[in-house]
Design a binder for this molecule. Structure first.
Ligand code: SF4
Ligand code: SF4
Length: 355
């Protein structure tokens, strides 16, 4: 990790610290807990940003700490390697996370080695969706034979992680009513079959394709997090801090959902933004008022976010006590909160001295 770049992005740079970019709405799965299912179902009506347009966006950004390339299934974009290269070259991005359902082992085996080699200096995290295993995976993801393909992806990722120091793997587990009774089995699977990875538990959010997915209690989520909490691996830059961050995010989710109010100041729309595949920009994934389309702002994210109307909107939303359990926003909010930074450092020191 480049510490001076982190400090620059945290304290000096005025643009987004964390950007989520939905590179496509196309998806080869049909997950019951999917919150983005309307875009996934309507992908044919969406005019995706072209690689030239993405190039223009990256040239305006200047500096960026964390980029998440989301979807749909991001590896369905043939130019995913070029997208990573543009953000590295033009935006000096430090971390790129790519969530994947693991159903495209050939594309991952073909593209990822190139991405890792061409973008040395950027640390990549592949979030391998592992919300279920075996026949339950096929049922939850709506893909017959899906788990076999997922297993092949696991093998490829393990082999790449052994060859490339700039790759970490996380197993993303979305907790919902469909898997909460089997969470320990799923976490145990991750521990034994994907020993290089960290199990990352998330609470189902938004309006899922199957609404009953949300029939899960905060206590059930907390219990699942407690089970996964002891599994801490030192397989990424500043692992102690990253593990502490994961625990803090889980605690904030539980507190927010129990107290039904924000447990930390949200910095979305100011130091974090979401770009959809058609160029629409939102302050976060949950508010449904778009800020505008990058195509109408000459691809300049800074001028779109900086408009007086958008800044005022964000201020009002936060003032009214907006809250949610979106992990990306919580990660960003912790990274930008001095109080939480201090807590994180104390946690890390305690961990290192074994207290
Ligand atoms: S959750 Fe992800 S993988 Fe599943 S359908 Fe939605 S976008 Fe596709
Ligand atoms: S608290 Fe959640 S819903 Fe509200 S602005 Fe922040 S990320 Fe969006």
């Amino acid at each position: 990790m480049n510490i001076s770049r982190l400090l620059y992005n945290r304290f000096v740079h005025k643009g987004p610290f964390f950007l989520v970019f939905y590179v496509t709405s196309r998806c080869n799965a049909h997950c019951r807990m999917c919150y983005n299912w309307e875009n996934v179902d309507n992908w044919q009506s969406i005019r995706e940003l072209s690689i030239d347009e993405i190039g223009k966006i990256t040239r305006h950004i200047g500096s960026l700490q964390q980029l998440t390339l989301s979807g749909g299934e991001p590896f369905l974009r043939d130019d995913i390697d070029e997208i990573c290269r543009l953000f590295k070259t033009n935006s000096n991005v430090q971390f790129i996370t790519i969530p994947t359902n693991g159903l495209l082992p050939d594309a991952i085996g073909d593209k990822l080695p190139k991405i890792l080699t061409e973008s040395r200096g950027v640390h990549f995290r592949i979030g391998l969706g592992t919300s279920e295993i075996h026949e339950f995976f096929d049922e939850l993801y709506g893909v017959r034979g899906g788990f076999e393909r997922h297993r092949e992806t696991e093998r490829i990722l393990r082999s790449l992680a052994a060859q490339h120091a700039n790759l970490s793997i996380d197993a993303g587990i979305v907790c919902s009513s469909f898997n909460i009774d089997r969470i320990r089995t799923i976490v145990d699977y991750v521990v034994t079959e994907l020993p290089e990875s960290n199990p990352i538990l998330m609470m189902v959010r938004g309006e899922p394709r199957s609404p009953e997915a949300k029939n899960i209690t905060v206590a059930q989520f907390e219990d699942a997090c407690r089970y996964a909490r002891d599994i801490k691996r030192d397989n990424r830059p500043l692992a102690v801090l990253m593990n502490g961050m994961r625990d803090m995010v889980n605690d904030l989710i539980a507190r927010t959902l129990t107290e039904q109010k924000a447990a930390i100041t949200c910095r979305c729309g100011e130091r974090m933004a979401v770009i959809y595949d058609d160029g629409e920009v939102y302050p976060c994934e949950l508010l449904n008022r778009p800020f505008g389309n990058l195509r109408d702002f000459d691809y300049d994210l800074g001028s779109l976010l900086g408009s007086r109307e958008n800044r005022q909107y964000v201020k009002n939303v936060i003032k009214k006590g907006c809250f949610c359990s979106w992990e990306c926003a919580l990660n960003n909010n912790i990274a930008l909160s001095t109080g939480h930074n201090i807590q994180l450092i104390i946690k890390a020191i305690r961990h290192m001295i074994g207290r």
